[in-house]
Design a protein around this ligand. Structure first.
Ligand SMILES: [Fe+2]
Length: 210
């Protein structure tokens, strides 16, 4: 049975995987290899989603957590501002077309992101899960998901699903299936199918109601 915060774990994994690829491509480019520019350039879209996500947490998750675990979230807000500044450094290096500085910036960004997400998963969201009721968790994650502009939702699906393993994909689908009106979910199903191609078969095996 998927729980609301499984959706957050899944998107955290997508962030980790995407920045790992971007950082790897930046290193390859800095070493003079060809053909990695398009992957490095993905950092812009990656960060756009990261900012929606952080904003959603600050809007919907952290205030609820404050009621049950005062002063915990404050440290995570500081982390978010650190991620903003990691992006600014990367963006400046990218504008300057300096492959070495770009690779340094992606490495620093990734190091900070990995530690931040690991702390959220094992500390912040552990407290959230233990001290906030399941209906409240669901409400908070719902508010959070609405920070993604509606018209950008197809891009979010196309970005996220190829970056996820089968378990995370299954959880995301079960959650959306339970909260979306049927016609909206039918549209989302098509987006997912398009994003993952032949992997769709594994999901229909796992979720027979698809
Ligand atoms: Fe966060």
């Amino acid at each position: 049975m998927a729980e609301p915060i499984d959706a957050i774990r899944a998107i955290h994994n997508a962030f980790r995987n995407d920045l790992e690829r971007i950082d790897g491509a930046a290193l390859d480019s800095a070493m003079g290899k060809e053909g990695f520019a398009a992957t490095v350039e993905r950092f812009r879209f990656f960060n756009e989603i990261l900012v929606w996500h952080a904003h959603g947490e600050e809007l919907a998750i952290f205030p609820i957590l404050e009621n049950v675990a005062p002063l915990v979230a404050e440290a995570y807000v500081k982390d978010h501002r650190g991620l903003d500044s990691a992006f600014d450094t990367l963006n400046k290096s990218y504008s300057a077309r300096d492959p070495l500085q770009i690779a340094r910036a992606t490495a620093a960004f990734r190091f900070h992101l990995d530690i931040h997400l690991d702390k959220e998963d094992t500390h912040l969201y552990r407290i959230f899960k233990e001290r906030v009721s399941l209906p409240e968790q669901g409400k908070a994650v719902g508010i959070m998901s609405r920070t993604v502009p509606q018209e950008r939702f197809p891009e979010l699906v196309a970005w996220m699903f190829p970056l996820l393993g089968h378990d995370d994909r299954e959880n995301m689908i079960l959650i959306w299936q339970s909260v979306m009106p049927a016609p909206a979910f039918t549209g989302v199903k098509e987006l997912i199918k398009k994003a993952i191609g032949s992997d769709w078969a594994e999901l229909t095996r796992r979720i027979p109601t698809l």
